[in-house]
Write a protein that binds this ligand. Structure first.
Ligand code: SAM
Length: 336
């Protein structure tokens, strides 16, 4: 979903405040040092994970992570949360726990989707990430009272009861046993669980594994799936993922070269609730193909079915809507 401004966002934009806070952070870092820290992190993430000690070891690592990755993880989580919010109209989380929250991208995303403040706890085993997250959060009034606590994800993890648990870009760093323990702990504690992973075949596989555990625990799937049945994708043939547009920072341009003002973050996700959910009747699961006089929409549908809809000029209003529809959007679009 190349999401435009959130219909849920307040007039003081958390996205803007986050950009400002991250720019301030970069101002304090010598560019070469920041670029080197990013290269080191990219190397780590290409290497063997899970690790048995935090990858984010010190302030330089964490500042690099925050400046380089937080805008992207923020946008991915925001997209997932918006899809969830659409499926639970009127529901607003009264509390939020972000597990493996690092510098708190998901906490910012929650404040971008639902106005107001709520008790927020960020759990992570990397103290430098928590410290920097707390520092950046000072720029967001809804996060001023957030608690940043050290916790290790594993069999011993228990979570206090809350409305919403987010787990963003974390499953990738865990063993299978710890992934299962984390999803079970989230399911026991929360009314809603939103899990986001990189939009790779492996990320999708971890999302599907979590989705099955959540469904087994009694959750209904709110998004992206229009159903709580098994995923219709035959394993190994394809993977369900989406895309969020992210403005590039100067650090991005330095590390990646080129002058593009943005890049597209690919992500996979599942959002599920014990609260009553009303999923979209269908969701666009690939970038729509716009041809002369027609739009081709690849859809996942109620009942756990994949199909392609061809919407032509003859469909009038629907055709105009299809031309504005983006990858990840519900179909048909909301009335009004
Ligand atoms: C890729 S970062 C994602 C951070 C944040 N959720 C985001 O979306 O930007 C993964 C985070 O998981 C944390 N983590 C990994 N394994 C963990 C474990 N066993 N216990 C607690 N935190 C862990 C790391 O310290 C790191 O902050």
């Amino acid at each position: 979903m190349n999401a435009p401004a959130s219909p849920h966002a307040s007039s003081v934009s958390p996205a803007g405040a986050l950009r400002g806070a991250l720019a301030d952070l970069l101002d304090g870092l010598p560019p070469r040092q920041a670029a080197q820290a990013v290269e080191r992190l990219i190397g780590h993430y290409r290497g063997a994970t899970p690790t048995d000690a935090p990858i984010l070891r010190d302030r330089a690592d964490v500042a690099a992570y925050a400046a380089y990755r937080m805008p992207a993880t923020f946008e991915a989580v925001r997209s997932a949360l918006e899809a969830f919010a659409d499926a639970v109209p009127g529901w607003v989380p009264a509390g939020h726990v972000d597990v493996g929250g690092g510098t708190g991208a998901a906490t910012w995303a929650v404040t971008a989707v639902w106005d107001g403040s709520r008790p927020v706890t960020v759990l992570d085993w990397a103290e430098p990430a928590l410290a920097l997250g707390r520092e950046i959060a000072a720029a967001n009034p809804a996060l001023c009272d957030a608690r940043w606590e050290r916790a290790r994800i594993g069999a011993a993890l228990t979570l206090d009861r809350t409305d919403l648990v987010t787990v963003s870009y974390v499953l990738n760093e865990l063993t299978a046993a710890d992934r299962a323990a984390l999803v079970d702990a989230a399911a026991s504690a929360a009314q809603a669980v939103v899990i986001v992973e990189p939009g790779t075949p492996d990320g999708y596989a971890r999302v599907i594994e979590a989705r099955e555990r959540l469904a087994a625990a009694g959750f209904r799937i709110a998004a992206p799936c229009p159903h709580s049945d098994a995923c219709p994708i035959v394993p190994g043939t394809d993977w369900c993922h989406f895309s969020a547009r992210v403005s590039r920072s100067s650090l991005h341009r330095q590390v990646k070269g080129g002058s593009l003002a943005y890049e597209d973050e690919k992500f996979a996700y599942v959002a599920a609730g014990r609260v009553p959910v009303a999923p979209a009747p269908a969701r666009v699961v690939r970038r729509p193909q716009i041809r002369k006089g027609q739009v081709l929409l690849d859809l996942c549908l109620e009942g756990g079915r994949l199909d392609r809809a061809t919407v032509t000029k003859r469909h009038g209003e629907q055709y105009r809507a299809a031309r504005d529809t983006e990858w990840g959007d519900p179909w048909p679009p909301h009335a009004g």
